[in-house]
Design a protein around this ligand. Sequence first.
Ligand code: 5AD
Ligand code: SF4
Length: 440
Amino acid sequence: MSRAAPKSFHVKSFGCQMNVYDGARMGELLASEGMAEADADSADLIVLNTCHIREKAAEKIYSDIGRIVKRADTAGRGKPMIAVAGCVAQAEGAEISKRAKAVDIVVGPQAYHNLPGLVRAATAGGRALDTDMPALSKFESLPRRRKQGPTAFLTVQEGCDKFCTYCVVPYTRGAEISRPWHALIDEAKALIDNGAVEISLLGQNVNAWADGGRGLHDLIEALAALPGLARIRYTTSHPNDMADGLIAAHRDIDKLMPFLHLPVQAGSDRILKAMNRGHDVAGYLRLIDRVRAARPDIAVSGDYIVGFPGESDADFEDTLAVVRAIGHAQAFSFKYSPRPGTPAATMGDPVAPEVADERLQRLQALLAEQQMAFNRATIGKRCEVLIERTGKRPGQMLGKSPWLQSVLIDGGAIGDLVTVEITAAGPLSMNGQVRTPAFV
Ligand code: 5AD
Ligand code: SF4
């Protein structure tokens, strides 16, 4: 049975920054097809851009679908067209169609450039599924970047060949691919033309980006030369791809912000081995020392998993010890969640949920303490803040410090880079006062 073609859309992203980037590009694509962006309550097409990394993230979509159907019922309007995109779509495509009849379209993260065709198929009355993984064609067939805020994401690398035993990414995002140099320079220029002052380079293993003998530091150097761009960031990195040139870039390139997200995941060599991380704790700590020698004020972020199969009390104490040795500006921590199809899911020797919960709480308490200590240590510093949005109070603005802290200030406009003196620290945000550099 055919239906009316959707005239408006709403994209909801649930996952990592790359998932958010994909969501933005799907929005641009649908807009280029003449559809208008709308809110979740009124859109004719709702794209749920899902994340598969942990169980909670993956389960969320089913409750969301239920809510969308119910809301449309209550409002007395027809069910909107529902597209499930992202990594759950990739991993569980057919199962989603079976389990949630309200879903019209399933589209994987490497196939979303085909969304307009899938929408047409669903309009004609079918259910449409595309979870192909054609290497690079997605980027080539997406429209040019649209107007957006002062900070922009740019996917430079996708996929992963590392096969950490807990992780779905090699399966949902496929093998590592690097986008070509010229395509990236072009997209960066388009972003800057559309108002981007800061670009964050994205990749599951962003520091493995390579094209024709050039590495990520070469790309960063070329982007730093583009007029109009003030800041460059990159995420997420793997310790084994942290090239000398990239470490040196933190010393040599002012526009490269002093922030490094470099997950170690655990502090026990035994667990790192079971995770197939390909590095040990000592090697990681040496790397951090070298990065800090290049850029002493660098803010170090990371990811941790607690409760990996076989993790003993002693292993967990080693994780706390490594966190203490590093001193994070911020870090993310997760309870291990077995993902179907990954080697760790069949390892046995699970950690009891209440033990994992308690470990997570202890780790999070330590990380919160470290974040507060880092924030306190920036009081009195003068730095540039890039204003991203308005704050809660009238006249108040919110921006980011070079170390990625949220800073509340009075005055300035979105997109401004202002010199600020940090005056107070909270656990999650800082207060600052705008200073005119001339009075320094
Ligand atoms: N369980 C818990 N956390 C996970 N991560 C990845 N896979 C899992 C999993 N199965 C975490 C890792 C990774 C971050 C993005 O998510 O710490 O770095
Ligand atoms: Fe989630 Fe990983 Fe997919 Fe990002 S790449 S949306 S973290 S599963």
